[in-house]
Design a binder for this molecule. Structure first.
Ligand code: BES
Ligand code: ZN
Length: 627
């Protein structure tokens, strides 16, 4: 009797648990997730849907309107806590009651903004926050017509990652919380609005655009772009938006997007976001790309004319699995987004361009990583995969460590267990965690249980603990070699031994090889060597921003005067952080260079996004204190 009763109790309890889980499944937030960069309280109340009703005002450069947040009550609580930063809250109402309620806006906390506390009842379903953005709304970059390709219309774009969504939408800006969204966006007539959602392909006459994002996403994937935009298809599921002056070139550059989607699907299962479109933004865009779902944002510096830099598109596409489908639960777990994405990017690129090409990219990545490790010598903790960003700007953790050390770790696992097994593991991992956020610890558990805990000694061979929780690069790091790069290294040796640049016969080498060539040369060359290289291969006039950036850096270090003007032009006309940061850092190494950097910066600043301004001001200020 007793046994039967006990069994009944157990099955009753299990049934309860299953029920409980099912009820919460949609928006359930893992209890152990603690995002120190958010004021929100999703364990008590989580947001399940956001509806935006915003007017885009280019005259006063602000967004004004409302955000309606649908609530899911997980535990009893009397306050909904939201994140805001640089927002002016006009008033708040609840459900269909028109009465304005008393809300609480806390003090500004560095890197976090102000908590917005809204008193709610357990029966409250919707909260309407009426607000406008301000000049402190750091996600937004407003461009005047002169800062665009067409010069006729202004432009607006957002950059929400890492924790800047709160500066244009009051929300639970925590990557562990997911919600669907919809929006009605009013823009000046003759302009077009696009979001990380289902998008229009043509302008309409009303200037009001409606958007639906039916898949659940974290706040950092909310995005908006407004400009004089046109659409051209590159395939059935893919296409390019850009200003009319750019869209034709862009559509040729990115013509392989449908093939990229197919390659990614062949590796990791169906693409779950409907369309994969991209928008090519004005040059102020601070990144190479941003994986806003359904609409990747791209820098125009990728449009070179020879498809040599389109791996960035493969990267942003790869985020459709790693990052957008399975998301880092906190910014300390950032490598789960970026390390996985670099790994997948190179697998996609290998299918499209071959193993040689992918390995060349991996070696270039390793070179960047070595430089980053050198820069982080005094902050070894930042070279661990699992980060500790409490009380810090999450942006501090967004280094090559997450990308390239993360990549090497996954490549090591692939090499240890074999590609087929690893591919099957990753496909299952994405499937089982689809539309969920995950911590490093949950991933490690999943990895051990599903891949490494078997009789082959895989676990010892990989040594997860050292890779994830220790600084630097472990001794079992995969060795990546490239035959083509060996040839380049030989050419560099010849050049350094006195051969002339033209004797090296490099005119037909690829972009990857040029990049390796420039990396392999000493940081500083003699003026005669610079002149020789430049007259043989016209680096100063390069239309490829990756090559030009490395060359300009060498020009600064070598005091090569011919590059002065192109350097200033490049810094004023490109806002991509990857390029401007090393150039300003190089300039800031000498007092004369620093003075020059400050003059250029004062001219260029209006073209830079707030994230880039933040990085550059640290460089320029740190150096002036040192002097
Ligand atoms: N998600 C990142 C961009 C990002 C990272 C924005 C951190 C804000 C905070 C994007 O996917 C990315 O990694 N872009 C790279 C592409 C490159 C690694 C191929 C870039 O912009 O250079
Ligand atoms: Zn990325």
């Amino acid at each position: 009797m007793k046994v039967i009763f006990r069994l009944m109790m157990i099955s009753f309890t299990l049934g309860m648990l299953a029920c409980g889980e099912e009820k919460k499944s949609d928006n359930y937030v893992e209890p152990e997730i603690n995002d120190s960069h958010s004021f929100s309280n999703p364990r008590e109340i989580s947001i399940s849907h956001v509806h935006l009703n915003l007017k885009v005002d280019f005259d006063s450069t602000l967004l004004e309107g409302s955000a309606t947040l649908s609530l899911q009550h997980n535990k009893p609580a009397d306050t909904l806590w939201l994140d805001t930063r640089g927002l002016e809250i006009n008033y708040v109402t609840i459900d269909s009651v028109n009465e304005k309620i008393n809300f609480f806006l806390g003090n500004d906390v560095i890197f976090k903004g102000k908590p917005l506390g809204i008193p709610v009842k357990s029966t409250s379903k919707k909260v309407h926050v009426h607000y406008k953005t301000t000049s402190e709304s750091v996600a937004l970059q407003w461009l005047s017509p002169s800062q665009t390709a067409g010069k006729d219309f202004p432009f607006l774009f957002t950059q929400s990652e890492a924790n800047l969504a709160r500066s244009w939408v009051p929300c639970q800006d925590n990557p562990g919380v997911r919600f669907t969204y919809s929006a009605d966006i009013t823009v000046p007539k003759s302009m077009m609005a696009l979001m990380s959602a289902e998008n229009p392909q043509k302008k309409n006459d009303s200037g009001v655009y409606h958007f639906e994002m039916k898949e659940k996403i974290p706040a950092y994937l909310m995005a908006l772009a407004v400009g004089n935009l046109e659409f051209l298809a590159t395939g059935k599921r893919t296409g390019v938006y850009s200003e009319p002056a750019m869209v034709h070139k862009a559509v040729v550059e990115f013509s392989e997007m449908d093939d990229m989607v197919k390659a990614a699907e062949a590796l990791y299962g169906p693409y779950r976001w409907g369309r994969f479109d991209v928008i090519v933004l004005p040059p102020s865009f601070p990144f190479g790309g941003m994986e806003n779902p359904k609409l990747t944002f791209l820098t125009p510096t990728l449009v070179v004319g020879d498809k040599s830099l389109t791996a960035v598109v493969a990267h942003e596409l790869a985020h459709s699995w790693s990052g957008n489908l399975v998301t880092n639960a906190t910014w300390n777990d950032f490598w789960l987004n970026e390390g996985f994405t670099v790994y997948i990017e190179r697998r996609i690129i290998e299918r499209l361009r071959g193993k040689d090409f992918a390995d060349m990219q991996a070696v270039l990545g390793m070179q960047d990583l070595k430089e980053t490790l050198e820069d982080l010598k005094k902050e070894p903790d930042d070279t661990r995969l699992k980060l500790s960003l409490e009380n810090r700007d999450p942006d501090d953790g967004m280094t090559d460590v997450a990308y390239e050390k993360g990549y090497l770790f996954l490549r090591l696992i692939e090499e240890t267990v074999g590609r087929e097994k690893f591919d099957r593991f990753l496909t299952a991992y994405f499937d089982e965690h689809a539309f969920k956020s995950i911590t490093t610890e949950s991933f490690i558990h999943y990895l051990n249980v599903n891949l490494l805990n078997d009789e082959n000694g895989f676990k010892d061979k990989v040594n997860i603990d050292e890779w994830v929780y220790k600084a630097g690069i472990p001794a079992n790091c995969p060795k990546i070699a490239s035959e083509k790069f060996k040839t380049i290294e030989n050419k560099v040796a010849l050049f350094l031994n006195g051969s002339s640049a033209s004797e090296l016969n490099l005119q037909h080498v690829s972009t990857n090889e040029w990049l390796h060539f420039l990396d392999a040369l000493p940081t500083k060359l003699s003026i005669a060597q610079m002149v020789d290289l430049d007259s043989a291969y016209q680096f100063t006039e390069s239309g490829n921003a990756e090559i030009l950036c490395k060359w300009l850096r060498k020009s600064i270090a070598s005091d090569y005067a011919k590059a002065n003007e192109p350097l200033e032009y490049f810094l004023i006309h490109t806002g991509r952080r990857k390029f401007v940061k090393p150039l300003y850092s190089e300039l800031a190494k000498t007092p004369e260079g620093l003075a020059k950097a400050k003059i250029i910066y004062s001219k260029a600043k209006p073209n830079y996004h707030a994230l880039v301004i933040n990085t550059l001001e640290q460089i320029l200020e740190k150096q002036s204190v040192k002097m």
